[in-house]
Design a protein. Structure first.
Length: 230
């Protein structure tokens, strides 16, 4: 790595930088950094004393990490310490693709460097948190969450307005989706909902019958062969 960044900055008086959270960081022109060697061929880390100023005018002494002279591993992305929520371990200086094992499906997956940067610098996640599920399992989980929230919203609406036909159909469809994925959900109640929706609204009849057919199919598959279907 070259030294161009550090020698240029130091000549222009006090440097001022506004951080993503609105704090202002001031570094004196003559600020003397602590210099940490990262090991042979890995460059140095410079830590400058700075003054931080909050929006309300409060100020305190702090540190600024200068990563410009670090030599990163191939493919790594340089961290931006002041975008991070920094814990006891100090800032993340760079991000590298990581192989992790998914807690849900047990497959190995890559926690990409770019993704890590997004977690820690845009979402401001705690440094101790890491992806524990692969992308596929995360997607599945998110959509399952959405089904639960669809069902919750529909049930809340029905508790106030039990004859709202589109919401009856929505609650039944969400139950159908939930049952397909997890094998749980009240199928009998959902069948009652679609039948009521079909009675209340002729326009919804065809859709309601389609959902009813699918719900009945699931319901049957749950029952012993001799049982009566609704
Ligand atoms: Zn997985």
């Amino acid at each position: 790595m070259s030294r161009r960044n550090s020698s240029k900055k130091a000549q222009v008086g006090e440097s001022r930088c506004t951080l993503p959270d609105g704090r202002v960081m001031l570094r004196a022109a003559d600020a003397v950094p602590q210099i940490h060697s990262m090991g042979k061929g890995k460059g140095v880390l410079k830590i400058y004393p700075v003054t931080m100023i909050a929006a309300d005018g409060r100020s305190w002494a702090s540190w600024d990490w200068d990563l410009s002279e670090l030599v990163l591993p191939p493919g790594a992305i340089r961290g931006r310490p002041h975008h991070q929520f920094i814990g006891y371990g100090g800032p993340k200086l760079w991000y590298e693709d990581k192989e992790l094992r998914c807690v849900q499906c047990g497959e190995e997956f890559t926690f990409w460097a770019k993704e890590q940067q997004y977690w820690y610098e845009t979402l401001h996640f705690n440094h101790a948190s890491e992806a524990i599920r692969c992308l596929e399992c995360r997607k599945q989980r998110r959509s399952l969450k959405m089904i639960h929230s669809r069902l919750g919203v529909a049930m809340a609406t029905l508790s106030k307005n039990p004859n709202d036909a589109p919401t009856l159909l929505e609650a039944a469809s969400a139950t159908l989706e939930l049952h397909r994925r997890t094998g749980t959900g009240d199928l009998e109640r959902a069948i009652g909902f679609v039948r009521k929706a079909a009675r209340l609204s002729p326009q919804l009849k065809a859709a309601a019958e389609r959902v009813e057919g699918a719900l009945k199919g699931l319901f049957k598959s749950q029952l012993p062969a001799s049982s009566v279907t609704p």
